[in-house]
Design a protein around this ligand. Structure first.
Ligand SMILES: [Zn+2]
Length: 311
């Protein structure tokens, strides 16, 4: 009997000792779990960033015309992407930021290849990206060189759903006009299909998120092949660029010009290169970037003046 009591006592003591030495501390366990999940998230972010950088080099190298590999490597080491910026097929839509030097500088958002079959447009933003680290720009730049990666891979104007992203922006007249315009005026041209709803496409949503995140004062959209500089903004005396004349092309329901200038008063410069070999024929892509900056500044001054006059 005494032995039984002794054994029982020993077991209870051992149990008590175990509990004392191994306290169940839920709060510290929770903190540890939160730490691990934060670390996992950081790791995921790092992985995403590495992927963006690899994509940047591989994709930009394959665009037409010359590039400088060292500059490209450097600039691609700085790209990132917004969490929501994924193409329909899941490819990240990366971007590059360069902060301006001037306190009164403007914010310029520039993108190309929103139409996937216009690769020369991407060669312009690539050249601008390569240049930006070497200069101290007055304005801040955000550049999205491949806004429609799925279309670019498939060499189609539209995205993977066959939507023309430059007709998919949620302009105020989208509901009323877009599909009617496409049916009647465009005779259901599949290259200009605006989608089932405004901003239905992930690539359109990505650009809208950039507009919300970066809050640009001015947007530059680069296309081919019409060979013009087209401006949706206040009336200006345009600076000359010898390779492309200034011609107003107007805007369409769901187009960026309609959405940003007509609806939100953010000016949009559309650079239409002349044909796919246009880069070789263009003497000076640096100058084209400087002209974009200059027009941004002129448009901003004009808008301020107009606002003051309206008051
Ligand atoms: Zn285009």
């Amino acid at each position: 009997m005494n032995l039984k009591i002794f054994v029982l006592f020993s077991i209870i003591s051992a149990l008590l000792l175990f509990i004392i030495n191994n306290p169940i501390n839920t709060s510290s366990n929770n903190i540890n779990a939160a730490d691990t999940s934060l670390k996992d998230k950081d790791k995921d972010k790092d992985k995403d960033r590495d992927k963006d950088r690899d994509n940047c080099i591989t994709n930009l190298k394959s665009l037409p015309s010359d590039y400088n590999i060292e500059k490209l490597k450097f600039v691609c080491s700085l790209v990132t992407s917004l969490p929501s910026c994924k193409s329909n097929k899941g490819e990240a839509i990366f971007h590059f930021d360069k902060k301006g030097e001037s306190k009164t500088g403007l914010k310029i958002l520039a993108f190309s290849l929103i139409h996937g079959d216009e690769p020369a447009s991407g060669s312009v933003t690539r050249a601008w990206m390569e240049r930006l680290p070497d200069i101290a720009p007055r304005n801040s730049w955000r550049i999205i060189p491949i806004a429609n990666p799925d279309g670019w891979r498939a060499n189609t104007r539209g995205n993977a759903n066959g939507v023309d992203l430059n007709r998919n922006f949620p302009s105020k007249n989208w509901e009323k006009e877009s599909l009617r315009y496409w049916n009647k005026d465009m005779k259901k041209d599949p290259r200009r299909y605006p989608g089932t709803n405004a901003a239905s496409e992930s690539e359109t949503k990505c650009i809208i998120d950039h507009i919300k995140d970066f809050r640009p004062d001015f947007i530059v959209a680069i296309h081919t092949p019409l060979g013009t500089l087209d401006f949706d903004g206040p009336k200006l005396k345009y600076p000359k660029y010898k390779d492309l004349p200034w011609i107003r092309l107007g805007n369409y329901p769901g187009s960026l010009g309609r959405y940003m200038w007509k609806d939100s008063k953010v000016p949009v410069l559309t650079i239409e290169l002349k044909g796919e070999n246009s880069i070789k024929r263009m003497s000076d892509l640096d100058k084209l970037q400087d002209i974009s900056s200059l027009v941004a500044i002129m448009a901003n001054k004009r808008s301020i003046k107009n606002r003051t006059t309206d008051d």
